[in-house]
Design a protein around this ligand. Structure first.
Ligand code: HEM
Ligand code: HEM
Length: 352
């Protein structure tokens, strides 16, 4: 905690030092995106595991508060991506270090230049939604709190499990320095790997996450994920294919939207499943290793908490990778879509 306070006070003290501000912004935007990712991967997996819960999740995505969060999320991803590329490029080219300050300014300018047209296009979807003849359906705050509460419980349980595990490992190893120093060499090689991984994975994530966001916010928009008879972004219309693969959201459920995307075959390859699998693997490992860097910085004084930070990130990454992969390998059939349609109708009728 002391080092967290130190980070914030030092940042304020060095007001004007752009490098310091861009470091803090990079950290906040990375953590913000990771928090969303945790809720999102589990939410999407529900389309296969508990269809009615994904239906609820998308209604929450359409709440005005989330619309604000959606603009913030896109801003976080764009800034973090551009600044991450700056870090990567400069790290591999020490001769350019003298241009650090200027590069940080370019990142800010680049972020604004990308965000202005993106926000205008996103805002058109918001306007269209609120100007539609039928009044938009908005879930209550109590509905959101109830749906998100299990996530909070899950995060707390994972944190407690990590601290307990760290305590047990500490007891078993006797907190011996010998173990720590024996691992130190291996650790430094491993840390070099992670250093390079963060930079290469970052570059690979850029086209994947920008493509994903372009589909979800510009081409289609969050409000169209559960729109009756809407087309499906990235899936051509082909009436001759079955109801869950014809490129049209016949039922108007968010569950059918995912089914259509994941059922689409190019040749015989389910390209959107492959795309999502690559995105899942890269963002989860990159994001949780980033979280490990952050938590390690703030737990220097306590070996127990430092180890626990590592375990927490490992638990988080494994859970998301397993849940996300199970979903990607699963099948959504008509009975699940029907279940989602009934749940959606009940929520709308109940005026949640
Ligand atoms: C509000 C913003 C977003 C919306 C509406 C959205 C929507 C969706 C939808 C509908 C799917 C289901 C499959 C598909 O259509 O491909 C999906 C899957 C996925 N999204 Fe997003 N997305 C958003 C932001 C993000 C961001 C910022 C990330 C990464 C940081 C991300 C990572 C993923 C991953 C990894 C999957 C696959 C999940 C799995 O394996 O089960 N999404 N998203
Ligand atoms: C869009 C492309 C991305 C690029 C180019 C990128 C690049 C980077 C780079 C270069 C670092 C610094 C690594 C280091 O200090 O060794 C980093 C840190 C981090 N990234 Fe990303 N990243 C991207 C996407 C993401 C996403 C989608 C997430 C969340 C799921 C994320 C979360 C983090 C976190 C939490 C950190 C640690 C921040 C810190 O140590 O202060 N990044 N990123």
């Amino acid at each position: 905690l002391t080092s967290l306070v130190l980070t914030l006070t030092e940042t304020l003290r060095y007001r004007g030092a752009l490098g310091q501000w861009s470091w803090v912004l990079h950290r906040i935007t990375g953590l913000g995106t990771l928090l969303f990712l945790v809720l999102h991967v589990i939410g999407v997996a529900w389309s296969v595991l508990y269809p009615t819960l994904w239906e609820k999740e998308v209604l929450i995505y359409q709440h005005p508060l989330f619309t604000v969060g959606e603009f913030a999320l896109v801003a976080c991803v764009v800034y973090h991506a551009l600044n991450g590329m700056r870090i990567g490029i400069l790290d591999y080219n020490p001769k350019w270090w003298k241009h650090q300050q200027r590069a940080a300014v370019y990142v800010l300018i680049g972020t604004v230049v990308l965000l202005v047209p993106t926000f205008i296009l996103m805002f058109q979807h918001v306007l269209k939604h609120y100007q539609a003849p039928e009044a938009p359906f908005i879930v209550s705050l109590a509905f959101i709190a109830e749906a998100q509460f299990p996530f909070l419980v899950g995060i707390v349980v994972a944190a407690v499990a990590a601290v307990l595990l760290s305590g047990v490992v500490g007891l078993v190893s006797g907190g011996g320095n010998a173990t720590v120093s024996a691992k130190a060499n291996r650790g430094s090689g491993l840390e070099r790997f992670w250093w390079s991984f963060m930079r290469t994975s970052g570059i690979l994530i850029v086209p994947l996450v920008f493509g994903h966001l372009a589909l979800a916010h510009i081409v289609q928009g969050v409000f169209e994920l559960n729109m009756v008879n809407a087309g499906i972004a990235g899936v051509p219309v082909n009436e001759s294919l079955g109801a869950l693969a014809n490129g049209i959201n016949n039922s108007g459920t968010a569950v059918e939207y995912v089914a259509e995307r994941w059922n689409f075959l190019l040749g015989s390859v389910a390209i959107w499943r492959l795309y999502d699998a690559a995105l899942l693997a890269l963002v989860v490992v990159h994001g949780f290793n980033g979280l490990r860097y952050v938590l390690t910085d703030y737990t220097q004084g306590s070996p127990l908490l430092r180890r626990a930070a590592g375990y927490l990130c490992l638990i988080g990454a494994v859970v998301l990778l397993v849940v996300g992969t199970v979903a990607l390998l699963g099948t959504i059939d008509q009975s699940m879509v029907d279940m989602a349609r009934e749940a959606q109708a009940a929520i709308r009728a109940g005026g949640a």
